[in-house]
Design a binder for this molecule. Structure first.
Ligand SMILES: [Fe+2]
Length: 198
């Protein structure tokens, strides 16, 4: 089985769509409304990646699928960065971040910062041999952290040093005075020790 899609539920669909189209290069392919029995409704839209292209039979294919691991799962001790995050998510956890492969992490960070698509948890990309990564702070539009990752073809899946540095970079104390509303919600400040870091 391959990862097929990621579903978001957001407060402002149109702004979120604009973000995905401008910042990631997606385009809208299908749009519909669901009317529930109780009279409420939901507006949905499907986005396709820029790598999609049509086959002669009308089906969509994707170019350049890479073979990187598509699922990465962490579990942590009670007071660890991971353990605290899981505790803040009702003790169950959830999607922490979504990683997108890019040609240049450095260039993508620069472009996103200039265009205001997101802020980052580190000033510079984190580097291991053959592997460069960075995290955004949680998006104002989706609440999700995005990772950008750049791999040399021969690089192995992940390196422990980068994973450690990335996890440490997500602690609120690293965010400084400019943390935003999404971050406040994200780290819902249940921990007095974390609160005073701001
Ligand atoms: Fe990741």
């Amino acid at each position: 089985m391959r990862l097929d899609h990621t579903a978001y539920r957001v407060a402002n669909r149109d702004e979120a769509v604009q973000f995905f189209c401008l910042a990631f290069g997606y385009s809208a392919v299908d749009e519909f409304e669901i009317n529930f029995d109780d009279g409420t409704s939901a507006r949905c839209i499907a986005l396709q990646s820029p790598e999609s292209f049509a086959l002669s039979n009308g089906a969509k294919m994707h170019e350049g699928y890479h073979l990187a691991p598509e699922i990465f799962i962490s579990e942590g001790d009670e007071n660890s960065i991971v353990g605290k995050w899981v505790e803040e998510k009702g003790g169950i956890g959830g999607i922490h971040h979504m990683a997108y492969e890019v040609d240049s992490v450095e260039q993508t960070m620069k472009e996103w910062a200039e265009k205001g698509y997101a802020e980052f948890t580190t000033k510079e990309p984190l580097k291991c041999p053959g592997l460069t990564q960075c995290f955004t702070k949680p998006s104002d539009l989706t609440g999700v952290v995005y990772e950008f990752i750049e791999r040399d073809p021969e690089a192995k899946g992940f390196c422990k040093e980068n994973v450690k540095d990335l996890m440490e970079s997500t602690q609120p104390r690293n965010f400084g005075p400019n943390y935003n509303e999404a971050e406040k919600k994200y780290f819902n400040h249940d921990h007095p020790g974390m609160k005073k870091e701001f």
